[in-house]
Ligand binder design. Structure first.
Ligand SMILES: [Zn+2]
Length: 195
C-alpha cells in the first residue's frame, strides 16, 4: 500500500488531502491524477470524410433505375456545406431536389459505367466516389432551370455544361474539392471504415 499526497489549490486555500491508494501503479495513478486535474478535452474534431446533409434541408432520394445501386446521400464536408446552402435556397423557392445519385462505392461506379446510367456511361473515376457530386433528377421539369442556376451560384459545376458527353442531372464540386484521386481515396477509406 502506498500513500500519495495530493495538494489541491482549487479554493485558494492550500488544502492538503491524503489519498490512500491500493495497488495502483504509479504511472496509472499519474495518468489518473493528470486527467482529474485537467479540464476534459473536447472530443476530437470531426474527422468524418463523408457527412449527411443538414437536417434543416429538404430533399428526396430516388434510385435512377430499379436495378440501380442504393443511393448513399453522404458527401465530403465541403460538398455538404455547399449543398446545404444551395438546397436551403431551393427549399425557400418551394423546390425539393430529388437526389438520384450521391456518394458511390467502386462497385456503384462500375455499375454506372457498365450502362447503369443508360446511354450515357459514367466516367471511370468520378467525383461521386469522392462524395463531391450529386445527380438531381427531374431535368425536364420547369424548376430545373432554377436548380441549375442556384447550384452553379453555390460553386457547383453542372454536367450540362460539359463539352463532351453532357450530363444534365450531374453537379460536382471539382472547383472546391482539390485533387480528384486524393479526394476519392479519402472518401473511400472513410466509407470502408464505417462498413
Ligand atoms: Zn453524376
Amino acid at each position: 500500500m502506498t500513500i500519495y499526497q495530493l495538494y489541491s489549490w482549487h479554493s485558494g486555500a492550500q488544502d492538503q488531502m491524503s489519498i490512500v491508494m491500493g495497488n495502483m501503479g504509479e504511472l496509472a495513478w499519474q495518468a489518473l491524477a493528470a486527467q482529474a486535474n485537467k479540464p476534459q478535452p473536447a472530443p476530437p474534431a470531426q474527422q468524418q470524410a463523408l457527412v449527411p446533409l443538414s437536417s434543416d434541408v429538404h430533399y428526396t432520394i430516388e434510385k435512377s433505375g430499379p436495378n440501380a445501386p442504393e443511393v448513399h446521400p453522404v458527401f465530403s464536408p465541403e460538398t455538404a456545406a455547399h449543398l446545404n446552402a444551395a438546397f436551403s435556397e431551393l427549399n425557400k423557392d418551394g423546390i425539393v431536389p430529388q437526389i438520384d445519385s450521391a456518394f458511390r462505392t467502386p462497385s456503384d461506379q462500375a455499375y454506372m459505367q457498365s450502362g447503369g446510367s443508360g446511354s450515357n456511361p459514367a466516367a471511370k473515376t468520378s467525383w461521386h466516389e469522392a462524395g463531391a457530386a450529386v445527380d438531381i433528377g427531374g431535368t425536364r421539369t420547369p424548376q430545373y432551370k432554377t436548380i441549375i442556376s442556384v447550384m452553379k451560384k453555390n460553386g457547383f459545376v453542372w454536367g450540362g455544361d460539359f463539352h463532351s458527353k453532357k450530363d444534365p442531372p450531374h453537379f460536382d464540386g471539382r472547383n472546391f474539392s482539390g485533387n480528384l484521386s486524393q479526394a476519392v481515396r479519402k472518401a473511400q477509406s472513410y466509407w470502408d471504415s464505417t462498413q
